[in-house]
Design a protein around this ligand. Structure first.
Ligand code: ZN
Length: 271
């Protein structure tokens, strides 16, 4: 057995079954943390090989038996976790050889068991408390989540309504723009139509001005076209027609007067 247990205040002595520190530094650290071995914290895994932890700090579940007649062995994953101290167990030689163990050992073992179960109870109580705490935390989180969900639920329709309103406003604006464009187009078309009409009239007037006055027949037809006899009111039309008739008769009379004058001149010359 060699060295005594390295757990401070553990008085199990050198003769009880004990276990070397693991070779893995991570597992060494787990042992040190679990047993609060502050004085070994600064050592490396190789240095820790000199130290041992006695069986009292391991639970029953940390051991296994490869065969019913063999000594039980410590599991690879075992972590010593029991910080209980025996008062006087220096006489204990081996754990498994029950016949060689003094009666006091069994007393101690009973005490040990009691302490073990007590610590188990406190452990489970502690765990229960922690679980309760976690549960209450989760409940609080759930409540917060619920509140947030409610907020989101109330916000979503508002946002949707806003979007819809914006959509309708934009639609109306587009329609207005469309109407305005249509109106503009109509106005432009009207302006063009009016301009075309004016141009036509100007052209007609120009042709009238350009035609020689002697060409009476052509002028008359143009005049007729410009005054648009068809579009005049009935009385205006009548007046217009009488004016034309009077002009024609006037011209005829003028021609007759001319002819008579020439005949008269000829008669005077003959005589
Ligand atoms: Zn010990």
């Amino acid at each position: 057995m060699g060295r005594a247990c390295c757990v401070p205040q553990c008085k199990s002595g050198k003769k009880v079954p004990s276990h070397k520190f693991p070779k893995s530094p991570i597992r060494c650290l787990e042992w040190i943390k679990s047993l609060n071995l502050d004085h070994l914290k600064s050592m490396c895994a190789d240095e820790l090989q000199k130290f041992k932890v006695c069986y009292m700090h391991f639970r029953e579940e940390d051991y296994y038996s490869p065969h019913p007649h063999y000594h039980r062995l410590l599991m690879n994953t075992a972590i010593p976790s029991l910080l209980v101290y025996s008062n006087d167990s220096t006489d204990v030689k081996t754990e498994n050889n029950v016949q060689q163990q003094p009666l006091q050992y069994f007393l101690n073992e009973d005490k040990q068991h009691n302490k073990d179960s007590q610590s188990m109870v406190t452990n489970t109580l502690f765990l229960q408390e922690q679980v309760h705490k976690q549960l209450s935390k989760q409940q609080v989180l759930l409540e917060i989540c619920d509140e947030q969900q409610m907020e989101i639920k109330t916000e979503v329709p508002e946002v949707q309504q806003k979007i819809n309103e914006k959509g309708t406003i934009e639609k109306n604006q587009l329609q207005q723009l469309h109407c305005e464009q249509k109106d503009n187009k109509k106005q432009q078309e009207n302006v063009i139509y009016n301009l075309e009409k004016r141009l036509q009239r100007i052209e007609e007037q120009l042709t009238i001005m350009a035609t020689p006055i002697t060409n009476g027949s052509r002028r008359r037809s143009n005049l007729k076209h410009i005054t648009r006899a068809k579009s005049l009111s009935p009385t205006a039309r009548m007046l217009y027609n009488t004016v034309i008739k009077l002009r024609r008769s006037n011209n005829r009379l003028k021609r007759l007067i001319k002819q008579e004058k020439q005949k008269h001149k000829m008669k005077v010359l003959k005589h």
